[in-house]
Every structure is written in C-alpha cells, then in structure tokens.
Write a protein that binds this ligand. Structure first.
Ligand code: SF4
Ligand code: SF4
Length: 436
C-alpha cells in the first residue's frame, strides 16, 4: 500500500508519468539577482556598474546577522545596474549578457568521501550558496541544525504540484548526481540509510532509481500516494515516519530531515566539481528549462512559444502554491519550480467571497492539521500575535484550504499576511485582544 498523510487533495490522477528531459534555455538578455526578499539580509555587491562578470563568478554576498552567503552569476556579461531597495541600500544586481559566454574557473574537492568531514561538506555547501526549502533558506543551515540529531533522512523525489515535472526531469537528467549527492548528505548527517520518497504512480522514475540502487543497503524506495502536497516536508514525514511535525523545520523532535532531489544534485556538483548555485530547472508548459537564476520570465515564455497576451494570468510556481506575476520581467528565483500559464477557459472566474459557514472543509484537507478558517479570521481581524496559539508556523502555504473553500475566502493569503506581520517588531496598532 502506498504511504500517505491525512488531508491534502487527490488531483493528480490524470498526470501521465514519463521520463522528462531538460532543455537549456539560451542565455537570457540579462539576469536580475534580486536579494530583496529576505528582510533580515543585506546585499553587498563586489562589483560596480560596467565591470565584467564570468558565469559562476561570485558577484556579491548576502549578509545576515550571523554570517554571509555568496551570490553567483549564471551568465557572463557586464554589470548594468546595482538595484537599490526601498531603503536606498543595494538589494540586487542586473547583469547584461555577452555573445560569447565565459565561465570562471572552478575546482571541486579532490579527496574521497571518507576523507570529507561533515564540517567540510557544510562549508562547501555554504560556499556554493545552495538553497533549500523551509525557514532555513540554505542547505548548509539545515545540515548544521540537523547534525548529529537525526535518525532518518528522506530524499524527496515527489513532484511539488500537479502538472509540474521539474523534479522528475532533474532525476532523469542525472540520477547519479542525485544519488551521489544523497550519499554526501548521509555522510554529513552521519546516517546510514536514505529513504527515497517517490510517488507510486511515477513508474519511470521508480524504475530508473531502482536500476541504479539495485540492492544497495544505503537506499530504500518508499512509494507514496500521488496526492497534493505530498512533497511538503510535514506531509512526507507523516507518510514515511508516521510522525506529525508541528512545524516545517523541527528535526530535533521528528529526528528526521528532508532534502529535495535537486538539493542533492546541487550538493554533488558543488563538492565534486565546485559548481556554485546559479541555475535551476523550471517547468514551463510541457518543457523543463535549465535557466540561470534571475532570467526574466518573458525569456522563458518566448522560448516556449507562449504568447503572454493570450493568457489570462501567468503564475510564478504551480497553480496552487504560486503567485500571479504582475510583470513578465520578474526574475526566476531559487523557488521558481514552474511558470504556469492560465488561458481563458482553464477555469471559471472566481465568484465573490462570502462569509465562512464553518463547513470544516479547510480543516479536513489541511496537511498541517491546523484550523485554517480560525487563522484566516484572526488575520482578517489583525490579531496577528494570537495566530501562534493556532500553530500558524506549521502552515506550509499549500493552498489546499483555498481550493476547497465554498466561500472563496483567500485563506492562504490571509495566513501569509499574518505570518509576515507576526515577525514585525512592533505590535500592529490596530491589533486588539478581543476574542474572535
Ligand atoms: S472551507 Fe471556507 S467556509 Fe468552510 S470552514 Fe473553511 S473557511 Fe469556512
Ligand atoms: S492552512 Fe496552510 S497548510 Fe493548511 S491547507 Fe491552508 S495553506 Fe495548506
């Protein structure tokens, strides 16, 4: 029987499993390295306008309270602009492309895996600026937090949303990089087994991985039910380990860490070849494009012959989790697994929002086992500080609640607003302590 979690949506039955290939996007006209998303980090550019940049070159760093992480360019060209944030401080960099692309020299770790210490792996992963999901933001922070505390390591090979195939494409393109990256992560975590979570229906990927791992005791395949959001950390830990995580990032309690297949492949390339993180695979229509981080979405759409003017909306991400794009020059970001194009007739217009009728559907589908309608109402009333009592940090923003709500309440958006306000240093002046 396939492993699964409680809640979620059964949407993916029609997806046809196949081995998906990756196509490299031609070098975009420019890239925008936008570091404005993280309010706790400042961007420090190392180059000035007019200076030349090679692909794989470090062009600046994100500076946090407790350290810094480099920022790399995925193309070669010239610095066109240092972008300023709302506070007037540098928040990013625009790099224009050049005809003949050049790469900076890179060098991998030359020794054997046995010689690599967990600290050295963490250092390489940090210097390569490899991201990971969840509040850690970077894979090195997750490795540091998990070090010596875990019993289980799940390699997430499930797709993130219906219609997306970017993760399967990464596995198909270089399954050895994914599995060898998983071995390096196991070594860093001091764990002897990697549980590969893959949807039962994704037969081609299961066959491919099985043909590689054969009877290798380091790996076991755990087949999950094809249900959304099976790739979420909370849902995966429940499906595989039977433990309900209370937060997306609590390895101390669950004794379990999840790393995505893409992260494993990135770790492998960083350790063995010295490749820094500066590109990712993005699903656009039926294509999987390897794009430099910062490539304008319009370049991806044009390459896939998508005429933006014929679309009703274009979403950065999948249809359930993604954000509608206001401008098509928005850059590809580390979390841009897809660009989803919605055409007229893809769905009926969203009716007017009405009042919550306490039907409980949002509670039934919530994989985080929280009470979405309660959090939405607290957010609507600006009672942000009370949201912690209702487990707001466990919300993985999957959007299942929005999908089923008969009152068309934008529950995920309200919860996201409350999450951001919650971290604001001052209590909102409109916030009251009245009961909901
Ligand atoms: S699904 Fe919508 S109407 Fe039903 S309880 Fe949740 S918020 Fe209220
Ligand atoms: S409350 Fe959060 S985790 Fe629960 S269904 Fe809604 S978006 Fe998903």
């Amino acid at each position: 029987m396939a492993l699964t979690f409680s809640g979620g949506l059964d949407l993916q039955k029609s997806r046809k499993a196949s081995l998906n290939r990756i196509t490299a996007l031609p070098t975009p006209r420019y890239i925008t390295l936008d570091c404005s998303g993280d309010k706790n980090a400042a961007f420090k550019p190392f180059l000035a306008v007019g200076e030349h940049v090679n692909a794989y070159q470090c062009v600046g760093e994100r500076v946090f309270g407790d350290g810094s992480v480099p920022v790399y360019s995925g193309i070669s060209g010239t610095v066109k602009e240092i972008v300023a944030g709302a506070d007037g401080q540098p928040s990013g960099m625009i790099i224009g492309y050049e005809e003949k692309q050049q790469k900076a020299e890179i060098k991998g770790y030359g020794g054997t895996l046995a010689e690599l210490t967990p600290e050295k792996i963490t250092e390489i992963v940090k210097n390569a600026a490899i991201p990971c999901r969840g509040s850690y933001g970077f894979a090195y922070k997750r490795l540091q937090a998990a070090s010596g505390k875990l019993k289980r390591f799940i390699l997430n090979c499930c797709e993130s949303e219906p219609g997306l195939t970017s993760r399967s494409a990464v596995i198909t393109d270089d399954v050895d990089a994914v599995l060898n990256g998983a071995k390096i992560i196991m070594h860093a975590l001091d764990i002897r087994n990697c549980e590969i979570a893959v949807e039962r229906e994704n037969g081609p990927v299961i066959d491919l991985i099985s043909s590689k791992i054969k009877r290798n005791s380091l790996f076991s395949i755990r087949k999950t039910k094809q249900k959304y959001p099976q790739d979420e950390e909370i849902a995966l830990i429940y499906a595989i380990c039977g433990v309900q995580a209370l937060d997306a990032d609590e390895p101390e309690r669950t004794k379990c860490a999840v790393f995505d297949a893409e992260t494993a492949a990135d770790v492998y390339r960083a350790v063995v070849y010295g490749v820094p993180y500066c590109e990712r695979v993005v699903t656009v229509e039926s294509e999987n494009l390897l794009c430099p981080i910062g490539a304008p979405v319009l370049d991806l759409l044009e390459f896939c012959n998508v005429h933006a003017e014929t679309a009703v909306k274009i979403i950065s991400g999948g249809p359930l989790r993604g954000e509608v794009l206001k401008k098509l020059d928005e850059p590809v970001r580390p979390d841009s697994a897809a660009i989803t194009v919605i055409y007229e007739g893809d769905g009926s217009p969203i009716p007017e929002m009405t009042q919550c009728n306490l039907c409980g559907r949002c509670v039934n589908v919530c994989p985080s086992r929280i009470i979405p309608y309660k959090l939405a109402e607290l957010s609507r009333q600006k009672k942000y500080s009370k949201c912690a009592d209702y487990g707001i940090s466990a919300c993985c923003e999957c959007g299942c609640c929005d999908y089923v709500c008969p009152a068309y309440i934008p529950i995920k958006k309200l919860i996201r607003t409350a999450k951001h306000k919650k971290t604001a240093p001052k209590r909102d002046k409109n916030e009251t302590d009245k009961p909901v």
